[in-house]
Design a protein around this ligand. Structure first.
Ligand code: GRF
Length: 183
């Protein structure tokens, strides 16, 4: 059975969908006050939180993450709104075992504002992508992606909601494809 951990920096709505469908060994947040930690408590999922600024440097921060992942024998790390670039320390230990969800159709609109950037560009469609994480920003090998149309009647809010709905379908689908057992 594949053991998964989820990394999330903020709200954690993707974490919630994952945890409702799959056993999650733990969730990690790089913000001690992130709402995802409350979701974890409500869902009875173990959680850890520590912040980069509490360490001497990013390598030491990521070393702590690697230790946590090793200790829990994690097979797959699911980034879901984890707003840090994965650095060399974490990649050296877990490359090929870290996946990320991005709220656009990569290679279109990489970076932290995929939804807003697609909206501002006036595209007729955007999408959602799940990919392996490498040393670039949203550049790793694509596992699966879906298109999401932008409707004539859309506001940025309704567009964003439809992107998120696509995310909530795609993450469970990809985890099944990768052989993660459902709860
Ligand atoms: C999602 O749109 C995800 O694609 C992006 O950050 C957002 C996280 O939302 N990387 P949430 O924390 O899962 O609610």
């Amino acid at each position: 059975m594949k053991r998964i951990a989820v990394f999330a920096s903020g709200s954690g709505s993707n974490f919630q969908v994952i945890a409702e469908n799959f056993p999650v060994v733990f969730v990690f947040s790089d913000h001690r006050d992130a709402y995802v930690l409350e979701r974890a408590q409500n869902l009875d999922v173990a959680s850890y939180a520590f912040e980069l600024k509490e360490f001497d440097n990013k390598a030491a921060y990521e070393k702590a993450l690697v230790d946590l992942l090793d200790e829990h024998q994690i097979d797959l790390v699911c980034l879901a709104g984890y707003m840090k670039i994965v650095g060399p320390t974490l990649l050296a230990a877990y490359e090929g075992r870290i996946i990320n969800i991005h709220p656009a159709y990569l290679s279109e609109f990489p970076g932290a504002h995929g939804i807003q950037d697609a909206w501002d560009a006036g595209v007729a469609e955007s999408g959602v992508t799940i990919h392996y994480v490498d040393s670039g920003v949203d550049t790793g090998k694509i596992i699966h992606q879906v298109r999401v149309p932008r409707l004539e009647t859309d506001t940025i809010e309704t567009f964003e909601t439809r992107i998120h709905e696509a995310e909530y379908k795609l993450y469970p689908q990809v985890l099944k494809e990768l052989g993660v057992t459902e709860r």
